[in-house]
Write a protein that binds this ligand. Structure first.
Ligand code: FAD
Length: 458
């Protein structure tokens, strides 16, 4: 480490960066983390996973009381909600978590540097005029929302997910462009609170990363809840009026106009490398704007690593954190383990969607001989007791080895249940391992076992 200020300097404090910094400090390395925002935690804690889940929970609790509590013999008359109070609760949750990271940094003696980092040379970074040198640097600067060229964000009428997480009033009519995870989650929040919601999607499916059978079921259920879908539709232009936005859309080969008081543009996110001056560190971006890395997260400069949304791969918080730990352990000379096939992907709609491994289409495209088993929650005792009978679990195995290669589910608490699939994938379990494992009764997880039993018999 000789003449450097730090052994590890992490650029960005999202779930990639702060987890990397914590692990580096735990391994005894002199560590600093640079963050341009006032709070730590990145997109995930400040304007992503956490605030969206807080609002999803509040709106879901409200809808349960109004729409479904009656099924269980509970009569609640005149239930109302207070958007401002929901937003304050969200802010309190975020504050608690970001303050928690600051405390952890203090406790582990990680130096917190506030400002925007830009490279001066491969070992030196400028942070708002202050030069800092480091033996190893980890780029964890995350991603940003993509806007449409003809519809820039004003975060009032045309909002990114960030604006949608802080609306002051519930829109009467919300237009959502993009039916990915962020689009359908935020559409759900405002639909539950009374917005009329239309989702416009260029592809002919919603949530395209998921297994086709799950996408179909999710769309059916969201439609039943009142969300309108325009699939295969292209937004051509938009006009921002005083109190609304008008979109020109091509749908089923015909032009049409759609009007909403708020438009959420959720067409994806792109890696964020603005201001980093990567060329000063002798680095160039991939054609899609990602920081290119090898299997050990090393960039073309062997002492500069990159992790999280800024590198290729699914843009997920837990993927960023796992990469952060792996990169730091490699820097420390340890062996590490990260199995990309075992990274779960969750959508927090009601019901939730969760998946790990290959979809059926991916497995078939890879030429694999597969076995499939499906089991429905409507046959599950616990699901019936909870009044949560929508959805199913689908497991996919490779026929010859009997190994699990994909698990997909739509149903209550899928975000928690997918942990079984994640561990099974990571530990290379077989379909029989899952089918014969004695699952608690009554529990939703029995549906996983029964799907595996169905696959075994198929
Ligand atoms: P980020 O969290 O984006 O953090 C990067 C940090 O770097 C930021 O704080 C930024 O300010 C800072 N930075 C950037 N450039 C510089 C610079 N030059 N100098 C100093 N600091 C800099 N993922 C899930 O897994 N589950 C979910 O449920 C989920 N929900 C989401 C909901 C929404 C609405 C959004 C927008 C995202 C969601 N995500 C979810 C995605 C998740 O937030 C990201 O995958 C994750 O935050 C990526 O972590 P990261 O550390 O790579 O980057």
């Amino acid at each position: 480490m000789a003449n450097y200020d730090f052994q590890v300097l992490v650029l960005g404090s999202g779930p990639g960066g702060y987890v990397a910094a914590l692990r580096a400090a735990e391994l005894g390395m002199k560590t600093a983390c640079v963050e341009k925002m006032e709070t730590l935690g990145g997109t995930c804690l400040n304007v992503g996973c956490i605030p969206s889940k807080a609002l999803l929970q509040s709106s879901e609790s409200y809808e349960f009381i109004v729409e479904r509590a009656g099924e269980q013999g509970i009569a609640v008359k005149g239930a109302t909600f207070d958007l401002d109070a929901m937003m304050k609760r969200k802010a309190t949750i975020v504050k608690g978590l970001v303050d928690g990271i600051a405390m952890l940094f203090k406790g582990k003696k990680i130096e917190r540097l506030q400002g925007t980092a830009k490279f001066i040379d491969p070992h030196t970074v400028d942070i708002n005029g202050k030069k800092v040198t480091a033996e190893n640097i980890i780029i964890a600067t995350g991603s940003e929302s993509i806007s449409l060229p003809f519809l820039p964000f004003d975060e009032k009428r045309v909002v990114s997910s960030t604006g949608a997480l802080s609306l002051k009033t519930v829109p009467k009519k919300l237009l959502v462009i993009g039916a990915g995870a962020i689009g359908v989650e935020l559409a759900s929040v405002y639909r539950r609170l009374g917005s009329k919601v239309s989702i416009i999607e260029m592809l002919d499916t919603i949530t395209p990363a998921m297994d086709a059978a799950i996408c179909k079921q999710l769309q059916t259920l969201l439609k039943k809840q009142g969300i309108e879908f325009y699939l295969g539709a292209k937004v051509k232009s938009g006009i921002i009026n005083d109190a609304s936005v008008t979109l020109s859309v091509e749908y089923e080969n015909k032009p049409m106009t759609m009007e909403g008081d708020v438009v959420l543009v959720a067409v994806g996110r792109r890696p964020y490398t603005k201001a980093l001056d990567l060329d000063k560190a002798g680095m160039t971006l991939s054609p899609k704007g990602f920081v290119p890395v090898d299997a050990n997260f090393r960039t073309t400069q062997p002492h500069i690593y990159a992790i999280g949304d800024v590198i290729e791969g699914p843009m997920l918080a837990h993927k960023a954190s796992s990469e952060g730990i792996a990169a730091v352990e490699l820097i420390a000379g340890h062996e590490t383990h990260l199995n990309y096939m075992a990274i779960p992907n969750v959508i927090y709609t009601h019901p939730e969607v969760a998946a790990v491994g290959l979809t059926e289409a991916e497995a078939r495209a890879a030429g694999l001989d597969i076995i499939i088993g499906t089991s429905f929650f409507r046959g599950n005792g616990r699901a019936r007791c909870s009044g949560e009978t929508d959805g199913f679990v689908k497991v996919i195995g490779e026929k010859k080895s009997n190994r699990l290669i994909g698990m997909h589910m739509i149903g209550a608490h899928a975000s928690e249940m997918i942990a079984e699939g994640m561990l099974a994938m990571d530990k290379k379990a077989t379909i029989a391992d899952i089918a014969y494992a004695c699952h608690a009764h009554p529990s939703l997880s029995e549906t996983i076992m029964e799907a595996a039993q169905a696959a075994k018999g198929s």
